[in-house]
Write a protein that binds this ligand. Structure first.
Ligand code: URA
Length: 431
């Protein structure tokens, strides 16, 4: 019989946990029979000591089997999903899920909320009035059979261990750990009963993996886990030293995603979306690649699919043509460049943290989110900016917070006289 204090001590001292000990930890934590402080201590021990591949696989399996594993055998289309390791302004999923579904692929997308300084697909979707992300497995299966796509959060039915751990890691500074991220992502994704998975593994100062090497190691771990479970996984290593797209913040990112589905998405967002989308089509063995994806955007099919998603999940479809139905702060403060030059660096992590200060992310597990606040980003690394030109707008209804955040965010941009090359957005694809 395992004992949680012995397990914490064992990991604290750098020893390998057995699959039985990991299973005991996950099942007890899910059932609520070990305390949050004990779980926090174990997470911190894992954070510092790491986990072997064997331990990471056992953790993933215990988390995956903490709930139901879907069998979607009635669905005849290929079942493919995408997941990002998390970034700032990363609203790719909102565009990609309906886009890929409009190509005839089934996309059962189970996403997370904001985590640490990064945004979450669920929080973004919930800024659409009425949008329900908490479908039961029955409702999910029905929706997949009807429209081929659903965008939901973990319920107590699918990977409930991840749902609980995710929220705890968010507020205990235990997010940026390769085994914890790999087990978290792969447990909920493999519980979807997928044929294939595409991962957007981000690196840079706005990602959990600050450097390319660690991101590469994370990608490899997840690919290996997928292989062991018989699921084809493709990973793309993408740069997160800039926020993605032009907006950061829940409602603002929904508007940007709707614009993208109408054919007016910013270049970097579309580049990542098309690259990940083409990889999803390859896994689904559907020909056409980027051309097909562009065609689905320009024909309006992808937008029509998103409309179906919103409708089936009880959201207000009027937001599609009337953005004023989305909660967006009416007041903004423009932050201007204090000198002329080229943008050499953006502290993207700080932009994510300042979104939390505005109320657009969580400091504590049960914090509620203000979907109306956020940022518009005018300049990226490599861009020239003249003194007095806008760098970023700060959206918030609260004057004092708006001004304080504007002051801090000014320092997030490093501007120098010398030229600076833009970052390469997609560094590598591995499968
Ligand atoms: N996304 C997840 O789903 N889990 C993590 O741990 C990090 C990013």
């Amino acid at each position: 019989m395992s004992n949680i204090v012995d397990i914490i001590r064992k990991k604290r001292d750098g020893n390998e946990l057995s699959p039985a000990e990991i299973k005991y930890f996950i099942s007890s934590y899910t059932a609520g029979t070990i305390a949050e402080y004990q779980c926090s201590a174990l997470l911190m021990a894992i954070y510092f000591q790491g986990m072997s591949f064997k331990e990471t696989t056992a953790l993933m399996q215990a988390m995956m089997h903490s709930g139901m594993v879907l069998t979607l055998s009635r669905i005849k289309q290929p079942i493919i999903d995408k997941h990002s390791t998390g970034g700032v302004g990363d609203n790719v999923s909102l565009v990609l899920a309906p886009l890929i579904a409009s190509c005839g692929v089934c996309v059962p997308m189970i996403s997370g909320r904001g985590l640490g300084h990064t945004g979450g697909t669920l929080d973004k979707l919930e800024s659409i009035p009425g949008f329900n992300t908490q479908l039961t497995v029955r409702q999910l299966t029905k929706q997949l059979s009807t429209i081929g796509v659903a965008m939901i959060g973990q319920t107590h039915e699918v990977a409930p261990a991840d749902k609980k751990l995710y929220a705890l890691r968010d507020v205990t500074a235990t997010v940026d750990s390769i085994p914890l991220i790999a087990a978290s992502i792969m447990s909920k994704k493999l519980a979807e009963g997928l044929d294939g998975l595409v991962l957007d593994v981000k690196f840079g100062n706005g990602a959990f993996m600050k450097n390319y090497r660690n991101a590469h190691a994370l990608a490899r771990t997840m690919i290996q886990i997928g292989k062991r479970s018989g699921v084809n996984v493709t990973a793309m290593l993408t740069d997160m030293n800039n926020p993605l797209g032009e907006y950061v913040g829940n409602s603002l990112e929904v508007i940007e995603a709707l614009e993208a589905l109408k054919g007016r998405g910013p270049h970097d967002l579309m580049k990542v979306t098309y690259a990940l989308g083409a990889a999803m089509l390859r896994l689904a063995k559907i020909k056409g690649g980027k051309k097909l994806l562009e065609q689905k955007i320009h024909s309006g099919d992808a937008l029509a699919k998103f409309k179906e998603v919103i409708k089936h999940q009880s959201g207000n479809i009027r937001v599609i043509d009337d953005y004023s139905r989305l909660p967006v702060a009416r007041k903004k403060k423009i932050v201007r460049a204090e000198k002329s030059g080229y943008v050499h660096a953006i502290d993207t992590f700080q932009i994510g943290m300042q979104l939390i200060t505005l109320g657009g992310g969580r400091r504590q597990k049960n914090d509620t989110i203000d979907p109306s606040c956020g940022f518009k980003i005018y300049k990226k690394i490599g861009d020239y900016v003249a003194k007095g030109e806008p760098l970023i707008d700060v959206y918030s209804a609260q004057l004092r917070v708006r001004n304080a955040v504007a002051k801090t965010i000014q320092n997030a941009f490093t501007i120098k006289k010398q030229h600076c090359k833009p970052k390469t957005l997609i560094r590598k694809t591995i499968a």
